[in-house]
Design a protein around this ligand. Structure first.
Ligand code: ZN
Ligand code: ZN
Length: 342
């Protein structure tokens, strides 16, 4: 063995580093490397860096200030929808379909590792984590690669994932490849539905007064499901009033949506919080002083900052909501399962 493991401290730093590898042109067909698209590049996470020991280096390599020539990295691969077949993942038997994943979505396979020479590395890239069950998930920029599933290639089991199929059409949510979806937040439902599917199957009701829908939207809060929001609100400093501000009302009294122009998160995070504060105010619990800030913004660690660096980011990416109107009627979608306004 002529490879040396790097020191543990260095290894810890490199564990989250994802790199892009240029595959040999043969592996992806007859085209030359220059025609590779961004999606065709291979991506892996560096687990270890190995450099030659001084004993096995040539004399030239040992001279002062010279970088060792044979540095290898051990990489655990991310599979892309394009590499399912070539990398030997069975498609149908493993609980997913190829179409369950988005165009820029990757599956992390910690068990499929290879040594890769550093000369074949093409650069670094952040592969973002996407947890679709986390309504406080950070937004995913449109051009970013992301992963939400982890597959163990040795035992052929999913450690995480595959993505949940939603809606009556039983499709998964694809980040930025997808259309708008509506959420039913009621206990026993917790499902997303495509707006187009609801429309197609006529899951709609109409009313003359918007207030009727607004009342329904505001009233849904699954206390068991959203225990963390209850705790957060409990910890906020209270004001003196139980009078519900118009602005807080406007956060709560709208449908929960994501996808399309509403982004990965939509408005679930802000809307849930507003609904809970109102729910409590109606039981005479005073409204927190900083309800506006609490509903709309969160603090998260800065990706390029130091250990203490935090930034304030918007929870809600929903731009605006206007109910569909025809003649004297306003239209609202209903949940295909519980048949109530969503
Ligand atoms: Zn659908
Ligand atoms: Zn429902």
């Amino acid at each position: 063995m002529y490879l040396l493991f790097i020191k543990a401290s260095m290894r810890a730093e490199s564990e989250t580093l994802s790199v892009v590898v240029v595959p040999s042109s043969k592996a992806i067909g007859k085209r030359s490397r220059h025609e590779l698209t961004e999606i065709e590049l291979w991506r892996g996470r560096i687990l270890e860096i190995r450099i030659p020991t001084s004993r096995t280096r040539s004399r030239n390599d040992n001279q002062a200030n010279e970088q060792p020539k044979d540095v290898w990295v051990i990489v655990a691969w991310y599979y892309s929808p394009l590499t399912y077949k070539t990398m030997g993942v069975p498609t149908d038997q493993r609980g997913y379909r190829k179409g369950d994943f988005g165009k820029r979505e990757l599956i992390f396979t910690p068990t499929h590792t290879d040594p890769v020479h550093i000369d074949t590395l093409n650069g670094t890239e952040a592969i973002l984590d996407y947890d679709e069950k986390d309504y406080d998930q950070d937004d995913i920029p449109e051009e970013a690669f992301y992963k939400r599933s982890v597959y163990d290639t040795v035992h052929q089991i999913w450690e995480d994932g595959p993505p949940t199929r939603e809606c009556i059409c039983k499709q998964t949510f694809k980040v930025y490849d997808d259309q708008e979806m509506h959420y039913c937040p009621r206990a026993g439902c917790h499902k997303w539905y495509h707006e187009a599917c609801l429309e197609k199957h006529d899951f709609m009701i109409r009313e003359r007064a918007l207030r009727k829908f607004e009342d329904e939207w505001e009233a849904t809060f699954d206390e068991e499901w959203l225990g963390d929001i209850k705790e957060e609100v409990d910890a906020l400093p209270r004001g003196n009033s139980i009078e519900i501000p118009k602005r807080l009302e406007s956060y709560a009294r709208r449908p929960i949506m994501k996808g399309g122009k509403h982004g990965v998160n939509g408005n679930a995070a802000a809307t849930f919080r507003a609904r809970w504060i109102i729910h409590q105010a109606r039981k005479e619990v005073p409204i927190p002083d900083k309800y506006k800030d609490f509903c709309k913004y969160k603090r998260r660690s800065k990706s390029n900052g130091g250990a203490q660096a935090k930034e304030r980011v918007r929870r809600s990416t929903m731009v605006h909501f206007e109910p569909y109107k025809q003649g004297p009627f306003l239209y609202c979608f209903i949940c295909p399962s519980c048949k109530k306004a969503i």
